[in-house]
Design a protein. Structure first.
Length: 167
């Protein structure tokens, strides 16, 4: 977790204000497991449900797209993000799942999506999550050059839920 990154700091504030137990992962202390370097995630979040979450925060802007004027559920990640989360989920074992949380910062004049809005440092955020394994099954290559994938917006809308539903 990088506290200087607003999206991650805003999510940590969200957890703290709702008294949801969590551990922020110190990325400076990168872990290695079985001699393989794994991409870090941002938080371990303890849920009131059966699954605790290994959370990777993906910051995005919720802004109108050119032409259509409608905001989009930007949801791209790197394949390395998904591979790392899958490996960490195996390391942690039963009771833990990997969760991608998209932290959408709302433009000042943007209409928020129909989820809970959290205000942090004079900015408004919406946190929406999708389990990494569900995401992986629907992911399509976005850019081979950059190693990014994304879910088609319609599929993403079927799987994503407000973060409160997961926690």
């Amino acid at each position: 977790m990088k506290s200087h990154i607003d999206y991650e700091a805003a999510f940590e504030d969200y957890l703290r204000t709702r008294q949801i137990p969590y551990v922020a992962v110190d990325e400076a202390k990168r872990a290695a497991f079985r001699d393989a370097k794994l991409k870090s995630f941002d938080f371990i979040v303890y849920s009131r449900h059966a699954t605790n979450w290994l959370v990777d925060i993906k910051g995005r802007r919720w802004a109108a797209r050119k032409g259509s004027g409608k905001p989009a559920w930007e949801n791209w990640v790197t394949q390395a993000d998904l591979d790392g989360l899958k490996q960490w989920q195996e390391v942690f074992g039963n009771g833990f799942g990997a969760l991608l949380i998209f932290a959408y910062r709302l433009d000042a004049d943007g209409e928020p999506p129909p989820e809970v809005v959290h205000t942090f440092r004079d900015a408004r955020y919406v946190f929406a999550g999708v389990p990494a394994d569900e995401y992986q099954t629907q992911a399509r290559v976005r850019s081979p050059k950059w190693g990014t994938v994304n879910m088609p917006v319609r599929e993403f809308a079927k799987h994503v839920r407000p973060v409160a539903d997961w926690l």
